[in-house]
Design a protein around this ligand. Structure first.
Ligand SMILES: Nc1nc2c(ncn2[C@@H]2O[C@H](COP(=O)(O)OP(=O)(O)OP(=O)(O)O)[C@@H](O)[C@H]2O)c(=O)[nH]1
Length: 526
């Protein structure tokens, strides 16, 4: 039930109740007044009867009848009659057949002195209580009418009120459904008008907020489109990953690389996507390692081979913020061509037996390094020839000789730095390009080489088991101190190596440095 009807019913019932209570009190009060009036009439009639009796001292019915008639005409009782014993001597009005005095308080009995007669007067209840009864109908009518009138007024007011509230409600619903321009017409200054004004202010604030949000959304969409365009135009694959290595976004290039038509959130784990794209079986462990532990441990790019021959390089940029938690941007490049070029270059420039540069690689590297030298920068060249190698070949066979060559290359790489280049020029001849060098560095490297040949396990075993000693004679020269061209440097270092051989092998010589100054020379001789 709506408030309107509740209020209406409550008011109506309350009015009826109040009217009922008031009417009842009035009803009782008027009843008492009527009874008092009746008593007064009875007393006055009694006194008239007594007076009449004393005045004429006559007991004739005629004398009595005039008083009774007068009384009857004035007070209009229902009946007046005189009983003489059981006989009715005189009567006016409708005398009831059967009536005992106790039956009604409206019956009055007057004993007529000295006659033995009884005068009885029966008052009409309607007449006695007419005033009270009239008042009852009157009051009941008044209260009922006033209750109805009040209810109608209230109904009118409620209708006005509820119509305005309904308007407010419907506008609120419109606002909720997205009609943010919805406003209420405010005309007065009453409470509902104030409510309407408050609603309008709220709607205006919402409209402004919505406009700001729409603008911000439009800006975000435009930014996103620009970013999408940018990412789509990249040749590198780009993906966005959550901390569980789920792919949340990938650009066109990566989708093409991984042969993904549409990103399915169910199977967007990087590992399964890469397996599906065809990572070679041998690299699955590496892949597992990559996707399980990458956020913590990996910083360098990782390259994975795919069954179709492609090599993809993966680089991660890991971020951590309060909103997204740990997440990463993955950049993927197809390095297959670079790898092929590298492989090809290795084939051309590397010695297949030892893995170090071959003669061609050495020439190219030396030429490149010399051409890129900065003013004042030096470059060293060491020429090395194994001692006693032929005997190994002759005694233990060519295969053992190959093993000694491989070991020698490893020892040379171990004795140099990453920036230096080791090359096998042919047979048992090696060379080392020493970057940014000085005499002391050349001496250090040469001594480390001689020492490592002396201590290497395989060479020690060959020496001990077969009496074959493999060592190394080294000659060195420096650019620009001893020569400017490759040819000059090679000739000088070769000459120095020859000097070392001449000096008894297993030692080194550096151009321009007196033998006595080569401190480690004697010490490293085996
Ligand atoms: N196992 C093997 N031997 C090779 C290879 N290339 C060249 N040789 C051999 O290496 C040997 C090089 O000879 P030398 O330098 O005169 O022998 P050496 O005993 O070191 O002599 P010195 O330099 O005077 O100490 C030759 O017997 C070649 O046949 C190779 O690729 N593998």
């Amino acid at each position: 039930m709506s408030f309107k009807w509740k209020w209406l019913l409550t008011t109506f019932v309350a009015q009826l109740l109040l009217g009922g209570i008031f009417t009842t009190i009035q009803y009782i009060h008027m009843g008492k007044l009527a009874e008092q009036d009746l008593l007064r009439i009875q007393e006055s009639f009694q006194s008239e009867l007594t007076k009449a009796h004393l005045a004429n001292n006559s007991h004739s019915l005629n004398a009595l009848s005039s008083i009774v008639r007068d009384f009857y005409s004035r007070h209009k009782p229902a009946a007046v009659w005189v009983n003489e014993g059981s006989e009715m001597a005189y009567a006016m009005g409708d005398v009831p057949d059967d009536l005992t005095p106790a039956a009604t308080p409206l019956l009055s009995i007057f004993d007529l002195p000295n006659t033995g007669q009884q005068l009885k007067v029966l008052f009409d209840e309607n007449e006695v209580y007419r005033g009270r009864n009239d008042m009852l109908f009157y009051l009941a009518g008044v209260f009922l009418l006033s209750a109805l009138a009040c209810s109608m007024i209230l109904l009118g007011l409620s209708n006005t009120l509820s119509a305005r509230l309904e308007d407010l409600r419907s506008k609120a619903m419109e606002l909720q459904s997205g009609k943010i321009q919805s406003r209420i017409e405010v005309t007065g200054r009453d409470e509902i008008s104030c409510l309407g004004a408050a609603f309008n202010s709220m709607a205006q604030a919402i409209e402004l907020q919505m406009k700001a949000m729409e603008e911000s959304h439009a800006r975000s969409v435009s930014e996103k489109n620009r970013l999408d365009m940018l990412l789509s135009s990249l040749a590198s694959g780009v993906a966005y990953l959550d901390e569980h290595f789920n792919l949340l976004y990938l650009n066109k290039a990566l989708a093409k690389m991984l042969k993904i038509e549409a990103l399915n959130p169910e199977s967007a784990k990087l590992e399964s996507v890469l397996i599906q794209a065809g990572v070679v079986r041998e690299q699955r462990i590496r892949l597992k390692d990559l996707v399980t532990d990458y956020f913590g441990n990996h910083e360098m790019p990782v390259e994975l081979n795919f069954t179709d021959g492609r090599v993809l390089q993966f680089r991660f940029a890991v971020y951590n913020d309060k909103i997204q938690g740990a997440h990463a941007v993955l950049i993927v490049d197809d390095v297959s061509i670079r790898k092929n070029v590298e492989d090809l270059r290795n084939e051309v420039e590397r010695d297949p037996l030892t893995g170090v540069l071959n003669r061609r690689g050495f020439d190219m590297t030396l030429e490149a390094r010399l051409s890129r030298l900065l003013p004042g920068e030096t470059l060293g060249l060491m020429f090395l020839d194994l001692d006693g190698f032929k005997a190994v070949n002759d005694t233990l066979g060519h295969k053992a000789g190959d093993q000694i060559l491989k070991t020698s290359a490893t020892l040379l790489k171990g004795a140099t730095r990453n920036v230096d280049h080791v090359a096998r020029l042919g047979g048992d001849e090696f060379a080392i390009i020493v970057a940014r060098c000085n005499i002391q560095l050349l001496k250090n490297i040469a001594e480390r080489i001689i020492e490592s040949f002396a201590c290497d396990k395989l060479l020690v075993r060959v020496r001990q088991n077969h009496g074959l000693t493999v060592s190394c004679s080294i000659g060195a020269a420096m650019h620009p101190l001893h020569g400017h061209s490759i040819q000059q440097l090679l000739e000088i270092s070769d000459e120095q190596m020859y000097q070392a051989k001449k000096a008894g092998k297993n030692c080194y010589r550096i151009a321009g440095v007196a033998t006595e100054l080569l401190l480690g020379d004697a010490a490293v001789k085996v």
